[in-house]
Design a protein around this ligand. Structure first.
Ligand code: FAD
Length: 405
């Protein structure tokens, strides 16, 4: 049973954390949003130069639209696809600045771990007794100062961006990868803004998803202007499909895939695609990196740097001391993962929410929402997150015996 005015801790001020905060204000429930970055939408800002596939009409939640409108703030709309920076500047910033949210957002505050006051993970296994103890959150604030906070309900919206998968085969690091971490970039680079880092140098790009495709296109454009800029692009699939969707309703995505198909076809001499390839080992040699790629036989390449865009998965350490049942295959909470696997892999536009029961964990009143809830599945779209927030707050309403005011 949850308290009649539950105290909420929301981890992360990304789009979904902010939407959850708006849902809390509708009910007059006390809440705090803990955001590790310097402001709202820190992860979205980190890929801020990338244009989204989804237009404004799909990127603003109904709650955000209503509350910004009521506050007299312009609400972005229409079919233009914003860049990440636009989403942060024109939507997430203004939402976080709403009078009802502002005082409850703690930036530069990372949630380090979440437990149950006075209980260990293996105690009171999946019993309601756990709900009688508040959550205990260890926070690391500005200057690394640590303190503890308590909450009755925790909503983990900490996303996945930055928690990168390894470069090596089988999902484990390649030989030597861990020693060379400082030479490996794992986020989508803003090539135009940091030309000196990429121009006239040879980069090993690993990964075949849309982030890697975006980077390949940007590096190829640089290569056309600056001689000596080269990309060796290693992709696991023997015959990559690049996530092409027949009659794609998202024109930005269709354009990226088309551009990639041209690059893969040898359209640009600065990009050499190696398909069916995995990274076997990395070693420093005379200031450069000697890489062994394996695709049937071994190929040795020497590069200046590695750009590894092999996907992300959320930080499970945060809830290691809670009773969360993760899927052994996708690392998402088991019930949601099963529902997603059951729905079969389709286009992200076909994604829909699967109801509050798949969002529940054995740990009462602990919810993982947003992109993190999808584990290794990269099909998450913002619209699913808005539905998840509705469902969780609907379930809490039922327990508390109250609805939005
Ligand atoms: C390049 C790129 C393009 C994308 N394009 C689209 C698109 O077109 N349409 C779409 O719907 N989706 C798109 N996505 C997916 C997109 O990331 C999500 O839809 C959206 O950002 C997910 O929101 P979120 O709130 O779940 O997580 P995030 O936006 O990742 O927000 C998580 C927040 O939590 C904070 N945080 C992390 N750990 C902690 C901690 N321990 N303590 C406190 N705070 C923490 C982070 O700093 C961040 O601010 C894209 C993703 C990428 C990477």
């Amino acid at each position: 049973m949850v308290a009649t005015r539950p105290r909420l801790a929301i981890v992360g001020a990304g789009p979904i954390g902010l939407d959850a905060a708006l849902a809390a204000t509708e009910r007059g429930w006390p809440f705090t949003i803990y955001e590790a970055g310097g402001g709202p939408g820190a992860s979205v800002r980190a890929w801020g130069h990338v244009r989204m596939f989804t237009p404004w009409s799909m990127n603003v939640s109904p709650r955000m639209r209503a509350r910004l409108g009521a506050a007299g703030t312009a609400v972005p709309s229409g079919e233009e696809c914003p860049r990440g920076h636009d989403l942060a500047e024109r939507l997430l910033g203004p939402v976080a600045d709403l009078a009802e949210l502002r005082a409850s957002l703690e930036v530069e505050t990372r949630v380090v771990g979440i437990g149950r006051h006075g209980l260990l993970k293996h105690e009171e296994i999946a019993t309601p007794a756990r709900a009688e103890r508040p959550f205990r959150l260890l926070l690391s604030g500005p200057g690394g100062r640590q303190r503890v906070a308590q909450a009755d309900v925790v909503i983990d919206c900490s996303g996945t961006y930055g928690h990168a998968n390894s470069t090596g085969d089988a999902g484990i690091p390649a030989v030597g990868e861990q020693q060379l971490e400082t030479r490996i970039r794992r986020t989508v680079p803003h090539v135009a803004a940091e030309e000196q880092h990429w121009a006239g140098r040879r980069t090993l790009l690993v990964g075949g998803g849309h982030s890697a495709q975006t980077a390949a296109a940007d590096l190829a454009a640089l290569g056309r202007r600056v001689p000596g800029t080269e990309v060796v692009w290693a992709v696991r699939a023997m015959e990559p499909t690049w996530g092409a969707v027949a009659d794609d309703p998202l024109p930005e995505r269709a354009a990226l895939v088309e551009q990639t198909q041209r690059l893969a076809g040898g359209d640009d001499p600065s990009v050499r695609l190696v398909t069916g390839a995995v990274v076997e080992s990395l070693a420093e040699r005379d200031g450069r990196l000697a890489v062994t790629l394996r695709n049937g036989s071994s190929e040795a390449v020497v590069v200046d740097q590695v750009l590894s865009l092999t996907g992300y998965v959320g930080d499970a350490e945060l809830y290691r001391q809670l009773q969360v049942h993760e899927c052994y295959a996708t690392a998402a909470p088991i019930n949601l993962s099963a529902a997603l696997l059951g729905a079969a892999a389709g286009d992200c536009l076909g994604q829909e929410s699967h109801g509050v029961d798949v969002l529940r964990n054995p740990e009462p009143n602990f919810f993982i929402l947003g992109s993190k809830s999808y584990g290794r599945n990269s099909q998450f779209l913002l619209g699913v997150g808005w539905d998840q927030v509705d469902e969780v707050f609907g379930a809490l309403d039922a327990e508390v015996g109250q609805g939005p005011g």
